[in-house]
Design a protein around this ligand. Structure first.
Ligand code: ADP
Length: 477
């Protein structure tokens, strides 16, 4: 598996959670998975990676080697290339993207292709390379344009908004032939797109929910690549992400007073603690949380307006996130205008996010598009009812509490559509009125907590997909 981030070593978003959880789940299906990622500073020590398993005299501008270690129970391969990865900032920049990111991640993809072709020094060779997002998009290209190789490729799209665009003049630097620079291969509006390369050339494409898979073939969501995806529809599938149900477990979470669906009492204590932590002394109705990047993709620009009535009616809001400075400011104003009802923490804080899920009544996820989304799943697990926009993985994982679903006893949260402030505000009104109906609200919470949210179903789907990719290879060989 090739990824630019992986829990517990380095994380900026959901990709890291998926990369960290999938290998153990796939091991149950007999797959021996090694995860290759860049050796950002301190990762070699964190993963105790001492065994050298591959070397490059020159990898796009300097020497490099691959070290094997372990993290979070997973076998990790770290690509150590100081000229590319030994930098103080985050994995992609400090704070804006590094200008040489195309080269940094092309090198990662090239290294994966070389390992696939030649195997590690200890003899281990993969049968399938699973590439995640634009950072890994060139793997199928390097496999295609190098010596022949019998390794299958699966390309997973976590967010099609990030396409790995690079000036066409970089083709030679990236070690790709001119023949690859055509409209049906890597060329994308006069540039190179590494994600497009992966989509066009991989043996199978997946994305992280069935609804997002269908959305990707439409103009509103495909971000210009809808035609490319649609042309590969027969190789496309949507596999819903799971969550790590050990890390996200209200019965054992060290950040909170433990509780379960059978004994919800602890949740009330967590609520009190959370209100104190955020200075929310004036709440009479439901306590909502937001744990998110503060961007317009996440619908965060809708909050200030849509939550007005909800707050006026006694609801409270605790917000944790960072992102767009304009949205951060609008959140600051919201918190200032509603002191005691709205609390804000700008930043990234994993431990606090656990306390928030432990103590809140609802979690708001009003994304304009959401490939899968994880926070609605944490919400279900913690009896923190998700209120979500009806898109992507949000639509696939939350069953809306409409009259029929409530009567049938299957609802687990709330969905709204269209994705705008008016529909969101209206939905929050319904949320507040069901919250006032305690027996029905508790049933909704408990039903969410009973959902199967781990990786068992989805890892079985990936295992089947890997097998089909290998079969296809052996039948065409
Ligand atoms: P995306 O990857 O698009 O940002 P996801 O919902 O797939 O969105 O994953 C986001 C992950 O990052 C979740 O695990 C979420 O809890 C976490 N997260 C986002 N913002 C914060 C924050 N400010 N503090 C702690 N965790 C956060």
């Amino acid at each position: 598996m090739l990824t630019s981030e992986c829990v517990p070593l380095v994380k900026t978003g959901g990709l890291a959670d998926v990369a960290g959880a999938l290998p153990a789940a796939l091991a149950e299906h007999g797959w021996d998975m090694l995860t290759l990622l860049p050796a950002y500073p301190s990762l070699v020590e964190k993963a105790a990676a001492t065994k050298v398993v591959f070397t490059f005299k020159d990898l796009m501008g300097g020497p490099a080697r691959v070290l094997m270690g372990k993290a979070g129970g997973n076998d990790i391969l770290l690509l150590e290339a100081p000229h590319l990865y030994d930098r103080k900032g985050g994995p992609y920049g400090d704070p804006t993207d590094y200008p040489d990111n195309p080269v940094r991640f092309a090198a990662l993809s090239f290294a994966a292709a070389e390992i696939a072709r030649k195997g590690l020094t200890d003899g281990w060779t993969p049968e399938v390379v699973h590439a995640h997002d634009w950072q890994a998009g060139l793997v199928p290209a390097y496999l295609k344009y190098g010596p022949p190789c019998q390794v299958g490729t699966v390309m997973t799209v976590h967010n099609i908004a990030f396409q790995g665009l690079t000036p066409a003049a970089m083709l030679g630097t990236l070690g790709l032939p001119l023949s690859a620079y055509t409209a049906d291969l890597l060329e994308y509006w006069g540039q190179i797109s590494t994600l497009k390369a992966g989509l066009v050339l991989a043996d199978a494409i997946t994305t992280v929910s069935p609804t997002y898979a269908a959305e990707l073939m439409r103009g509103e969501f495909g971000m210009g690549l809808e035609g490319v995806v649609a042309a590969k529809a027969d190789r496309l599938s949507g596999v819903l992400n799971g969550i790590d149900t050990d890390v996200w477990n209200p019965e054992t979470d060290p950040e909170i007073t433990p509780y379960s669906a059978k004994a919800l009492k602890g949740k009330a204590q967590n609520r009190k603690a959370l209100m104190a932590e955020f200075g929310l002394s004036k709440i009479k109705g439901p306590l909502a949380i937001i744990v998110s990047r503060l961007t317009s993709q996440k619908g965060m620009d809708l909050i200030a307006d849509a939550a007005g009535d909800f707050i006026a009616a006694g609801g409270g809001l605790a917000i944790l996130g960072s992102g767009d400075p304009v949205i951060e400011d609008s959140m600051r104003i919201l918190a200032r205008n509603h002191a005691g009802k709205v609390g804000l923490r700008i930043g990234y804080d994993e431990a606090l996010s656990h306390r928030m899920f432990g103590g809140a009544d609802i979690v708001l996820v009003p994304s304009r598009f959401e490939p899968c989304g994880l926070t609605q799943l944490y919400g279900l697990r913690y009896g923190t009812v998700p209120v979500v926009a009806a898109t992507g993985g949000l639509a696939d994982s939350v069953i809306d509490a409409n009259v029929m679903a409530l009567n049938a006893g299957v609802a687990t949260g709330f969905q709204f559509h269209p994705i705008d402030g008016m529909a969101f505000r209206h939905c929050l009104r319904n949320v507040a009125s069901l919250f006032a109906d305690k027996p029905n609200w508790t049933r909704l919470q408990k039903r969410g907590m009973a959902q199967e949210l781990g990786w068992s179903a989805s890892s079985a789907t990936y295992a089947t997909l890997y097998e089909s990719v290998i079969r296809e290879f052996s039948s065409t060989a």
